[in-house]
Design a protein around this ligand. Structure first.
Ligand code: EPU
Length: 302
């Protein structure tokens, strides 16, 4: 979708928004898949309600992009614009055991920065690509930890009400890859309370997680991490592997040879290829195990 209306184009800079025309979403997602649309880069949180009102007034639908690492975007010219936060400077501020983090901050760099300041707890997340806001919304986790454990406060924009609000940790429920945030809530910043640990000890934990990840996941390839959530008490990856589906492909969309719950873009996969592969694998798992796998990856259909 293209924003051409000169009235809107003129107002955006006043709202601290940079408009980029015709951005390929394949360049914004770790899967390297997705069509084109206009990208609105937001620098000032306080103007977000005004921006949403403006887009609404002109009938321009929007989607909110984090780091693009857990996302499958449709092909072609997309029927909505995409909003993305630009990280503040600095994007992490420490105060004792509290880390105040901008939602647009890179997750890995945040974990490392906290570690260097003797704040641990998030070692498991070190290799997870994406932003802190994205991790928060999905309650990202790995190796026995999840980010929700450390959340004390979240500033967000309630898109439905066009209101910026601060929630305390106890007002939010964090479950396995699920939170009580509304689908259109926009994460703006978060305060984490992290346990004190020496950098040396944290580094040891980080090395162990990195090693486990390297040995079991296709890190060098274009993917969105795990495609399906694990069903209670089972492993989606193991089930897909047991069916001998590693290497199964539709065009360049392929079940990873290394980890069967990672589907990779081995070249020029389209969203259609990837969605067909997802549907095929889901059906085979259902037939063999009677289990309906639920997507972990977020899909933006046009
Ligand atoms: N397994 C296989 N074949 C495979 C993949 C896995 O047999 O192709 C077996 C493994 O040998 C292991 C079991 O399945 O016994 C579980 O595998 P793994 O330890 O890799 O964990 P997972 O359940 O597949 C989860 C998260 C990952 C996270 C790892 C490590 C989900 C959907 N996945 O994977 O998160 O990195 O644990 O904690 O919860 C993600 O969220 O995108 C993601 C990759």
């Amino acid at each position: 979708m293209h924003i051409e209306n000169p009235q809107i184009v003129a107002l955006l800079p006043e709202l601290g928004v940079e408009l980029q025309h015709g951005v390929a979403m394949s360049q914004q997602t770790s899967l390297g898949i997705g069509g084109t649309t206009d990208l609105l880069r937001i620098r000032k949180h306080e103007h977000i309600p005004g921006l949403l009102n403006l887009l609404d007034h002109h009938g321009i639908p929007h989607k909110f992009l984090g780091g693009g690492s857990n996302l499958l975007v449709d092909d072609g010219e997309l029927p909505w614009v995409v909003l993305q936060l630009v990280p503040s400077e600095p994007d992490v501020v420490l105060e004792g055991n509290f880390a105040h983090v901008d939602a647009a901050a890179d997750l890995g760099r945040t974990v490392t920065y906290c570690a260097k300041n003797d704040l641990g707890g998030m070692e498991g997340l070190i290799g997870v690509p994406g932003t802190v806001g994205g991790a928060l919304r999905m309650n990202a986790g790995a190796y026995g930890m999840q980010i929700g454990t450390y959340v004390r406060e979240v500033k967000l924009c309630r898109a439905a009400e066009r209101r910026i609000e601060t929630l305390r940790g106890h007002q939010i429920s964090f479950e396995y890859r699920h939170t009580s945030f509304a689908p259109d809530d926009m994460m703006l910043s978060v305060t984490l309370e992290l346990p004190s640990k020496s950098f040396k000890e944290i580094l040891q934990g980080i090395r162990i997680c990195n090693e486990k990840r390297r040995s079991s996941q296709p890190l060098g390839q274009k993917s969105a991490g795990c495609i399906f959530k694990n069903p209670p008490g089972a492993s989606a990856g193991r089930m897909i592997d047991e069916l001998g589906l590693k290497g199964l492909h539709v065009g360049d969309a392929r079940v990873s040879d290394r980890h069967a719950n990672f589907f990779v873009n081995a070249g020029n996969a389209s969203a259609k290829d990837m969605l067909t592969l997802i549907a095929d694998v889901r059906e085979r798992v259902d037939k063999a195990f009677g289990v309906q796998l639920e997507n972990e990856v977020v899909v933006w259909n046009a």
